[in-house]
Design a protein around this ligand. Structure first.
Ligand code: SF4
Length: 358
């Protein structure tokens, strides 16, 4: 890995490697039977479900109706860590299951489909990433949660989109310089916001990369009173048009708190389920992923998140398939930078409570 071109090649997921988004076709009766079966199996096995906002609404409803949880990746990890259960069923993508296992080595962690990957994780292979880090030993290695256990183990800090700005600000104030991986758009955004010295890995999310600035500007003209909510994994040209740039949790919060009736939302459309639940009187419009400059791969829905289906959920609970296994030594090393984030987030929360900001 000697040039920028070769780095870009390593980071880019080939189109043919991106699965087609599948929708599970079920009758109402089948759906109800599967949901009941999941609830029964969760109870029998002392298992809890943690689901990401981008998964199918049926899965989110089951998690909410049982003692489970629906959230972003940081909160999923935190909840899994605190849950008193023998088994965690993680509905999301592989790095989320791995994070749950790293934090809970004594618990069984199941996923409906172990092929549910992430373009950011795929585009950051450990061998090349490790070589990159070795070339810059003076830099603090900060990686996004969307990475493999091995990449986490090579890092100093693991962050999420909701915590990245605070962590980099905190370390930048101490004079540290960074390697940031894998998402280049989120890295650029943080670099701009903090002024930190960051060397960026060149990965991208195939879902958020699809949002189109030209078409978004046209949509904003048609809805001049709408607030624009954008996830920072989106290209800079899209972020520039945002009223709020935030993590999934922050986007939902903004929809509830902002004094606007309409919102244009640039993130995976799976989030609309929770947004409508949280702010039922408001109107949510999908930001465009197609149009004049379109190359739509995913059309605002992650093809790997869509692999989490009701049938597969039942199957993993019935058969124990989809179990996440991590080498204990690797798990221990990967835990350190995640724990650093959890401790940092806890301290920040305490400080904001003390100062009355919360
Ligand atoms: S939406 Fe993007 S970042 Fe999230 S899991 Fe899918 S590919 Fe990865």
């Amino acid at each position: 890995m000697t040039t920028d071109t070769s780095l870009a090649e390593i980071c880019t997921v080939k189109r043919e490697d991106i699965p087609k988004t599948v929708t599970e076709e079920l009758s109402d009766t089948e759906r109800d039977e599967l949901k009941s079966r999941v609830k029964q199996l969760l109870k029998e096995q002392n298992a809890v479900m943690v689901a990401h906002y981008y998964t199918d609404p049926d899965l989110q409803l089951i998690a909410d109706a049982t003692v489970g949880y629906v959230s972003d990746s940081l909160d999923m990890a935190r909840f899994g860590n605190e849950a008193e259960a023998d088994t965690l069923v993680v509905c999301g993508v592989k790095f989320m299951g791995e994070t749950a296992k790293i934090l809970n080595p004594e618990k069984r962690v199941l996923m409906p489909d172990l092929n549910a990957d992430c373009s950011l994780d795929i585009g950051c292979p450990i061998k090349e990433f490790s070589e990159f880090c070795d070339q810059h030993p003076d830099r603090t290695v900060v990686v996004y949660a969307n990475t493999s256990a091995a990449v986490k183990a090579r890092s100093d800090w693991v962050v999420t989109s909701g915590s990245a700005l605070d962590v980099i600000n905190h370390l930048h104030a101490k004079g540290e310089k960074f390697i940031w991986a894998p998402d280049k758009y989120l890295g650029q955004y943080i670099q701009e916001q903090t002024g930190a010295d960051m060397l960026l890995w060149q990965g991208a999310c195939v879902v958020h990369e699809e949002f189109k600035a030209i078409e978004l500007a046209e949509l904003i003209k048609q809805h001049p009173d709408a607030k624009v909510l954008v996830h920072p994994e989106s290209p800079a040209s899209v972020i520039e048009l945002a009223d709020v740039v935030s993590s999934t949790t922050g986007i939902i919060k903004a929809a509830v708190e902002l004094d606007a009736k309409e919102f244009i939302v640039a993130t995976d459309k799976g989030i609309f389920h929770k947004m409508k639940e949280a702010a039922p009187d408001k109107i949510f419009i999908e930001a465009p992923t197609s149009g004049k400059s379109a190359t739509c791969v995913s059309c605002a829905h992650c093809p790997w998140m869509a692999m989490n289906t009701l049938r597969k959920l039942v199957e993993c609970l019935e058969t124990g398939s989809g179990e996440i296994l991590i080498d204990p030594e690797l798990g221990k090393r990967a835990r350190l930078p995640i724990q650093r984030l959890l401790d940092f987030a806890r301290e920040q929360k305490q400080q904001s409570l003390l100062s009355g900001d919360a």
